[in-house]
Every structure is written in structure tokens, then in C-alpha cells.
Design a binder for this molecule. Structure first.
Ligand code: FE2
Length: 257
């Protein structure tokens, strides 16, 4: 795992701050991530989904469809540990609600016990919602793959964008940026999901779900405000991850006149 640094300058930033971006932990152990976060000393931690799988299933249960034994321990440990280090904000990816099998599971919902564990962690869940935090507005756009019609719920973004100050949007799917977000006045948009394109050659990824072959948004900073993490998971079965180290991001936001 590497730490990648980005700098984002903005006239609307109320102050300088460091944000750590955690994405796509999946079944990776959280200890090494928490150790790195501790060393980074961020002011804010953002978690952009696919932190665990199947919040509609209990710990240890065999999930319908994908026949995996569900584990949440590492994910909840990460949220708890992150929230102890800095204010932590969490939005939901496709895996949290079985988005990859959404057609068979259109109406599945988070189990109350899993929501309770998220709330008890001290992290702030932003499920198609936003909050105002110390001069910043932070929102979380939940994966549309959990909605049954493939589309994210966008209505709340009007209220989110109506404020003049510095706005941060956590959005698991990078493919939403050109479709739904590019024309909105959002100062910083954070994504994951693409796992860096799984195999990287000549500086670009080869494939990402939702974007297909030679995807555009798998890594890096785009348009000076849209930042995509390559994520923390080692593999996406059955294709191995190659020339594509996992990463944790540190984004330094600097106010400019
Ligand atoms: Fe994902």
C-alpha cells in the first residue's frame, strides 16, 4: 500500500486542511490502514464505499447469490479506528448492499444491527445525505446500483449545492462524474470503485466496472477537483491486480485568494 498525495487549491476553502481518502477496503485487513492513517494525522477522513460486503447480511452468514461468508469485523474496526483519529464520513458503494446482484435483490436493505454498528463507530454515515462540518459541507452519494433502477438518487444534490461554501462529495462510482456531477458547483468530488483499472499499463488502467475497457477515471485528479482512489483491496476476482499498488490518499486543500 502506498500513500499518494494530492493538492487542491480553492478560493472557497475556509482554511488549509488534510483529508485522508479510504476507499474499497473490501476484505482487506484494516490494521495496516489504521496505522498509516495514524501516521498521516489527517484533519478529516473520507470513506468512499465498498468498505465491506453485504450490509443486508449478518457477520458469518453465507450471502445469497455470491456464496461468500460475510465479514464486517475489519470494516467496522476501520470506522471505529478512523473516527478516533479524526472526524470520519462514510458513503455507501455497490458492495454494501449487494449492488452487483441488484437485479435479484431489488428490495434488500441494511440490517439494523449493521446500521447500529456504523452509528456506534463514531463515523458519520452519509446515505444520499449531507452535513455541515466546521465551515465545510460534506455529502455522500450512495451507489445507484443499490436502488434497483441503476440510477443514483440525485434530488438531494440541489440542496447540497445551494450553499456557497466549500463542498465535498463522496461518490463511490467515478463514472457518475461525467453523467451527473461535472456541471454541478462541487469543489471536491472523491471516488473509488475502479481499483485503478485492475491492471495498469503505460499509465492507465485496463478495465473498470461501469466504464469498460480503457476507462478514463481510475486514478488521479481530474479537472482540478475530481479525485479517484485506486482503493485498498488486493484483488477483484477472477482478475488479479497488476502494476497497480493499493493506495491511501492524502489530499491537502489550500485556500487561495
Ligand atoms: Fe465498487
Amino acid at each position: 500500500m502506498r500513500i499518494t498525495n494530492y493538492t487542491l487549491k480553492s478560493v472557497r476553502a475556509p482554511r488549509r486542511f488534510d483529508l485522508a481518502l479510504v476507499s474499497d477496503l473490501h476484505d482487506t485487513e484494516s490494521d495496516i490502514v489504521l496505522e498509516a492513517l495514524s501516521g498521516m494525522k489527517p484533519d478529516i477522513i473520507a470513506v468512499t464505499g465498498d468498505l465491506t460486503s453485504r450490509l443486508d447480511c449478518r457477520e458469518g452468514e453465507e450471502a445469497p447469490c455470491d456464496r461468500i461468508i460475510v465479514t464486517h469485523t475489519s470494516a467496522f474496526k476501520l470506522l471505529e479506528g478512523a473516527a478516533r483519529l479524526a472526524p470520519t464520513f462514510y458513503s455507501l458503494g455497490n458492495h454494501e448492499l449487494c449492488g452487483h446482484y441488484y437485479k435479484e435483490n431489488r428490495h434488500r436493505k441494511c440490517l439494523e444491527e449493521n446500521l447500529d454498528a456504523i452509528y456506534a463507530s463514531g463515523a458519520r454515515l452519509l446515505d444520499d445525505a449531507f452535513c455541515d462540518f466546521e465551515g465545510l459541507r460534506i455529502g455522500g452519494l450512495t451507489s445507484g446500483l443499490t436502488n434497483g433502477d441503476d440510477r443514483p438518487r440525485l434530488g438531494w444534490l440541489e440542496g447540497f449545492c445551494s450553499w456557497e461554501g466549500f463542498k465535498i462529495l463522496l461518490c463511490h462510482h467515478p463514472e457518475y462524474y461525467p453523467l451527473y456531477l461535472k456541471d454541478r458547483p462541487i469543489d471536491m468530488i472523491l471516488s473509488g470503485h475502479a481499483h485503478g483499472g485492475q491492471i495498469r499499463l503505460f499509465g492507465r488502467g485496463l478495465y473498470a466496472p461501469g466504464q469498460g475497457i480503457l476507462p478514463k477515471y481510475t486514478s488521479g485528479i481530474h479537472d482540478g477537483r475530481f479525485i479517484v482512489s485506486r482503493g485498498l483491496a488486493n484483488t477483484a476476482k477472477p482478475i488479479p491486480r497488476l502494476f497497480n499498488p493499493t493506495e491511501l490518499l492524502r489530499i491537502t486543500v489550500i485556500p487561495v485568494k
